[in-house]
Ligand binder design. Structure first.
Ligand code: COA
Length: 337
């Protein structure tokens, strides 16, 4: 049997819209307050995309930076995976638009739809291609522009989300480094807890549907909250066990940045102290599939990650879906560190 090859992150990049929307700005739109939003979610501001700023344009920006960071040119890419649920078109896949924009002439491209777990799913899929030796350079992008699909009159949802993109280059690395394990899961019975009801083939968009704002996000917040707190711990422990590691071995925990209270409650449940958790939810809100690669980029570029560090990423979201990766960071192949 052919020997398996570890895949590691050799470059990171991110892009967020320039426009900042603060909680004070949201106070002008719905019956809410900065105090409510900060105490319930930890979010202080979020980035909002301009009409011509899309998943493809933000994703391509992040992708170019990740390639530059790794010192690899786009023509060397074998595959581009874009994790998103707010792609530019219903189809074709947004990864195809990014492939053209960055000039990845030899790359295949497709999207992964796993909502806020999308980046963890995409990273795990990409790892499989490299592990078997089928491919060498894979760009994994997480990008979303959920503010374009919000009901700005619904205070239950409009305070939570923001836009952005993050990208990593995944390439072969040395044994014992890179992605050590992953776990992925789904509970499709809870498909209706969070999502968008209109615009698909089951419920095509109509004038009446638009009046009812069926093209925007609906959510049962407290159900998501309880699910998230439990699954973050369970998924993290499962992935750590597969890598024969424990909570104590984590150098930096990079969770999906949905809500500070969710992250803190999950960390308490696992016995993980706060100084080992990377947090930026206060600046960006929940950027869905982009939140982990944005956090990873900021962590790597601010010196929070060193070669040899054990990183755990964990995502959860609509589907319901969840997933976690355990990564032993290796900067030797790329431009980081
Ligand atoms: C949405 C969320 C912040 C609400 O916080 P909570 O502490 O659970 O609040 P509750 O749902 O108990 O609602 C309490 C009250 O606040 C109100 N409320 C909701 N949003 C509000 C807002 N932005 N400002 C002020 N009041 C608000 C509710 O209407 C409710 O009022 P009521 O009791 O009169 O009906 C929280 O449930 C959450 O973060 N859930 C997870 C959401 C998420 O992360 N989704 C994406 C997953 S990838």
């Amino acid at each position: 049997m052919r020997e398996l090859i570890n895949s590691g992150i050799s470059g990171v990049g991110m892009a967020v819209p320039e426009r900042i929307m603060t909680n004070a700005d949201i106070e002008q739109l719905v019956e809410t307050s900065n105090e409510w939003i900060v105490t319930r979610t930890g979010i202080k501001e979020r980035r909002v995309s301009a009409p011509d700023e899309t998943v493809a344009s933000l994703g391509a920006k992040a992708a170019k930076l990740a390639l530059e960071n790794a010192g690899v040119t786009a023509d060397k890419l074998d595959l581009i995976i874009c994790a998103t649920t707010t792609g530019d078109f219903l189809w074709p896949a947004t990864a195809c638009l990014i492939q053209k924009d960055i000039g990845a002439v030899s790359a295949a491209a497709f999207d992964i739809s796993a909502a806020c777990s999308g980046f963890v799913y995409a990273l795990s899929v990409a790892d499989g291609f490299i592990r078997t030796g089928a491919m060498k350079n894979i760009l994994v992008i997480g990008a979303d522009t959920l503010t374009k699909q919000l009901n700005w009159q619904d205070r239950n949802t409009c305070v939570l989300f923001g836009d952005g993109a993050g990208a990593v280059l995944l390439a072969p690395t040395q044994p014992g480094y890179g992605i050590l394990s992953f776990t992925l899961g789904t509970d499709g019975g809870k498909f209706d807890v969070i999502g968008i009801r209109g615009g698909g083939t089951r419920n095509p968009i109509t004038h009446e549907g638009l009046d009812l704002k069926e093209n925007t996000i609906v959510m049962r917040g407290s159900e998501v909250f309880k699910f998230a707190v439990k699954i973050m711990g369970d998924a993290s422990l499962n992935a750590l066990e597969k890598a024969q590691l424990t909570i104590k071995d984590i150098d930096l925990y990079i969770p999906h940045q949905a809500n500070l209270r969710i992250i803190k409650a999950a960390a308490d449940r696992m016995g993980l102290d706060e100084n080992r958790i990377f947090l930026n939810v206060e600046k960006y809100g929940n950027t869905s599939a982009a939140s982990i690669p944005i956090a990873m980029t900021e962590a790597a570029q601010s010196g929070r990650i060193k070669t040899g560090d054990v990183i755990v990423t964990v995502g959860f979201g609509a589907g319901l879906t969840w997933g976690a990766n355990v990564i032993r960071w290796d900067c030797r192949n790329g431009g980081m560190g």
